[in-house]
Design a protein around this ligand. Structure first.
Ligand code: G3P
Length: 228
């Protein structure tokens, strides 16, 4: 399963990329605005750092506007994937953009029927927002299960990009179900690698090492192993 960061913060993106765990990035107008920088330069900088797709969203809601914005966004960098909202005009725009070879992610998916229509329109990715469904007491994970089953039934190649993830369990459950990608805030990314028993175990190993090295009068492991 691919891991994307849901952020436009370049420091967070650089950190995740530096440990080799970052497959892509999703942004939206809200996330880019939060950075307080020029829209295009933020996307260019992200594209330089991220090895895979960088999602950038249109802000028009009419067919012509979405297509025009999508074409311009796609020209910024070959890694750009254009995010188009799941509305009637959006379905038309998806077809038009993908026919030109521009990659499209359909965003704001909240039902399996929306995912099916987006896929039929030619979307490369669909983004079901699971946290926002959980917020209104509907199961976000059930939606992911349904979409994956439908795509499997018809061998639909559109990738399921789980969005609006809020905690590590969302990521683990998505992986168990077989989602293609989860995009997550940096905080969730960090939570994925942490476990209190790992910290306790490491502390104990290091304290034992301190005792052991004084017995052997070595300052570090390399000295102990007689490496010069
Ligand atoms: O990827 C979509 C994401 O930015 C929405 O997350 O937590 O605002 O529902 P959230």
């Amino acid at each position: 399963m691919k891991i994307f960061l849901d952020t436009a913060n370049i420091a967070e993106i650089r950190e995740a990329a530096s440990i080799g765990m970052l497959d892509g990035v999703t942004t939206n107008p809200t996330l880019i605005a939060k950075e307080g920088k020029e829209f295009k330069s933020v996307l260019e900088e992200i594209c330089e750092v991220v090895p895979g797709p960088v999602n950038a969203e249109v802000v028009s809601v009419d067919f012509t506007g979405m297509v025009r914005e999508g074409e311009v966004l796609a020209k910024i960098h070959p890694k750009i994937v254009v995010k188009v909202p799941m509305i009637k005009e959006g379905l038309k725009a998806i077809r038009k953009l993908t026919d030109q070879g521009i990659k499209v992610n359909t965003t704001l998916i909240f039902s399996p029927s929306q995912a099916l229509l987006a896929a039929k329109a030619g979307a490369n990715f669909v983004s079901p927002f699971i946290g926002r469904l959980d917020d209104i007491s509907q199961s976000g994970m059930d939606l992911i299960r349904q979409i994956i089953q439908i795509f499997d039934n018809y061998e639909i190649a559109t990738e399921v990009l789980v969005a609006s993830s809020r905690h590590p369990l969302h990521v683990v459950e998505s992986a168990l179900i077989g989602a293609d990608i989860v995009t997550m805030p940096y905080k969730v990314f960090e939570q994925l690698l942490k476990h209190p028993l790992t910290d306790i175990g490491l502390k104990n190993f290091l304290s034992d090492w301190e005792k052991f090295k004084s017995t052997y009068k070595a300052e570090n492991l390399l000295e102990l192993l007689k490496v010069r």
